[in-house]
Design a protein around this ligand. Structure first.
Ligand code: DQQ
Length: 585
């Protein structure tokens, strides 16, 4: 009989053993099964993906199948801390409104008895989706398993079956069995083999181990890895093609991982390898070429291939995964944003973790970086609109954007800089430490050109406020460096909260354009910012005590000597989409 409510289904999820796991997976044995009795709704997000209660982490197996977007995610059905991990499942027609389904994958077999960890979906040529995920076996070893839909005529793909021949990839000798996880979506080679990678480590070496298979059942390890680096464990690798400008397809179009890449196509695509660094908790990527015959990925030399590499997001954004959306011919990126308050706070709230707004992701026209932009569907939530245009903000001044409620909003601002003469001198040693630079020159430190930007989730007396801003430095008379920064140090009266500044450089020719744009999605306890049309992104979690609900204000500020101008500011209140509607039977 089919289940009526998610609660009934969750009750069926078998009791799990306490997972004793890898160091990064902090285990709170005494906490992880404490059911949230109450859910505190204050500060819960309105339009970011979040289940009704409890802990969530990585997005898993995102895909589009027969008119529906599927999102699976790591979930603790028993509490607001990490543990008892299963795959929860929701579907949507637009990536914004969601229907919650029964959990898709949960421990039922020896090969996943101690947890169902992250993984990906692949669409086979016969149209059948297959999920490959990491199971934690009775010896606490990490193994890779597949699951297939029980019933292909169910458009919701509610039930998943795990074949008895699992596990299909096990850690052989030489592989660290407690660090061997998160299989990628598979790609199909001209030689008739599927390939995928699994993340692992060997001491400080993070590795993307390559496997190949003809039938998705028997997998063989390739002689060498796809890629490796001295950055510690590689979690949640993601490997996918992107279109280059000048080719036959529009450079913003997504490229299907399953597409066969012959020589002609090869000239029109580049490959992206993203890994999640367990040690520093950043998702960094390189762009390069992939040689099918040699089974080698080579990052282009312009991309630093280490901790200083480009990041999807310079804030709280981890374990991301992309998928190709055939309906809109785009690649969409999901990423997890953890809480930054305390475990006690999370237990008290009864919930922890959200997914960032899905982002369309593509290679910039120049080929020097990826561009990310909230999927266009998010605009369907825009309601009350206010606009400010051609407003000068003198050095040291600020003004409030009034006439709308900013606590759940979408704010697009275009700034013009009049004059760059006063830009502060840039020390080349700062190049690898945007975050440190933002800490040193935070929003309260007066500058030459900037800091200018937004104070948001601000109390009327400005005692509480989160700053998102730009600051321009000069390297010499003609070259400038733009820093984008998120400063939450005054975001909350609460003192126990972790409030690091987050920052990244923005690759723009500011001397030429004298303009820079900022889009910020504000949603109660999340601030998600896209600088210069999606070149630099920063997500932060903040927990104001006073600047909540209708008491949250929005200001534009300029704490630099030089005047700036708000050429245009458009702000919209955002509606709340259905998020956890249960499927009517
Ligand atoms: N989270 C999962 C792992 C993955 C980690 C466990 C990344 O599979 O490596 O919940 O956040």
């Amino acid at each position: 009989e089919e289940m009526g409510t998610a609660a009934a289904v969750l009750a069926l999820v078998p009791l799990l053993c306490w997972a004793v796991v890898h160091a990064s997976h902090v285990v709170y044995p005494e906490l992880q099964s404490l059911e949230a009795k109450e859910v505190i709704t204050e500060l819960r997000t309105g339009y970011h993906f979040q289940p009704p209660k409890h802990w969530i982490n990585d997005p898993n197996g995102p895909m589009y199948y027969k008119g529906l977007y599927h999102l699976f995610y790591q979930y603790n059905p028993k509490g607001a801390v990490w543990g008892n991990i299963i795959w929860a499942h929701s579907v949507s027609t637009d990536l914004i409104h969601w229907v919650a389904l029964q959990p898709a994958i949960y421990p039922t077999k020896p090969f996943d008895v101690n947890g169902c960890w992250s993984g990906s979906a692949t669409l086979l040529p016969n149209g059948v989706p297959v999920i490959m995920y990491t199971g934690i076996d009775p010896h606490k070893n990490q193994v890779q398993n597949v699951a297939y839909p029980a019933n292909l005529s169910d458009p919701f793909l509610r039930e998943w079956v795990k074949p008895e021949y699992n596990p299909i990839i096990t850690p052989d000798h030489g592989i660290n069995a407690s660090a061997f996880r998160d299989p990628t979506t598979a790609w199909y080679g001209p030689d008739g083999h599927w390939r995928l990678v699994v993340g692992t480590k060997e001491n400080m070496r993070g590795i993307a181990v390559l496997y190949r298979s003809r039938d998705f059942k028997k997998w063989v390890k390739a002689r060498h890895s796809l890629h490796a680096g001295l950055t510690g464990m590689w979690e949640c690798p993601d490997f996918f093609p992107v279109a280059v400008a000048g080719g036959s397809r529009h450079h913003q179009s997504g490229v299907d991982t399953a597409e066969l890449h012959d020589r002609v196509v090869a000239e029109e695509v580049k490959y992206v390898l993203k890994v999640s660094l367990e040690l520093t908790r950043y998702d960094y990527y390189t762009v390069g070429t992939y040689d099918h015959d040699k089974e080698r990925y080579t990052p282009d030399p312009a991309f630093p291939d280490n901790d200083y590499g480009l990041r999807y997001d310079y804030g709280d954004f981890y374990a991301s995964k992309s998928f190709f959306d055939p309906a809109k011919k785009r690649r969409v990126l999901w990423g997890w944003a953890n809480e930054s308050d305390t475990v006690t706070d999370d237990r008290h709230k009864g919930w922890a973790g959200i997914q960032a707004i899905p982002r369309k992701i593509f290679l910039s026209r120049s080929g020097r970086q990826l561009i990310q932009w909230p999927v266009e569907e998010v605009k369907s939530l825009r309601s009350k609109h206010v606009n400010v245009s051609n407003k000068a903000v003198k050095g040291g001044e600020y003004f409030e954007v009034t006439g709308f409620k900013s606590v759940q909003s979408d704010v697009e601002t275009a700034f013009t800089i009049r004059n760059l003469d006063k830009a502060e001198k840039f020390d080349p040693a700062w190049r690898t430490d945007a975050q440190g630079l933002c800490k040193k020159f935070n929003s309260h430190v007066k500058g030459g050109v900037g800091p200018f930007g937004l104070w948001l989730l601000a109390s009327d007396d400005l005692e509480e406020r989160t700053a998102v801003f730009f600051r321009v430095f000069k390297t010499n008379d003609t070259n400038y460096v733009v820093l984008m920064c998120n400063d939450p140090t005054r975001s909350s009266y609460e003192s126990q909260i972790y409030r690091p500044t987050f920052a990244g450089f923005v690759n723009v020719d500011i001397a030429k354009t004298k303009k820079i744009a900022l889009r910020t999605l504000i949603d109660h306890s999340v601030v998600e910012s896209f600088g210069a049309g999606g070149k630099t992104c920063i997500l932060t979690r903040v927990y104001p005590r006073k600047a909540i609900g209708d008491d949250a204000h929005l200001f534009v500020f300029n704490n630099g000597e030089s005047d700036i101008k708000v050429t245009n500011l458009h702000a919209w209140e955002m509606k709340t989409p259905t998020m956890n509607k249960l499927l009517e039977q």
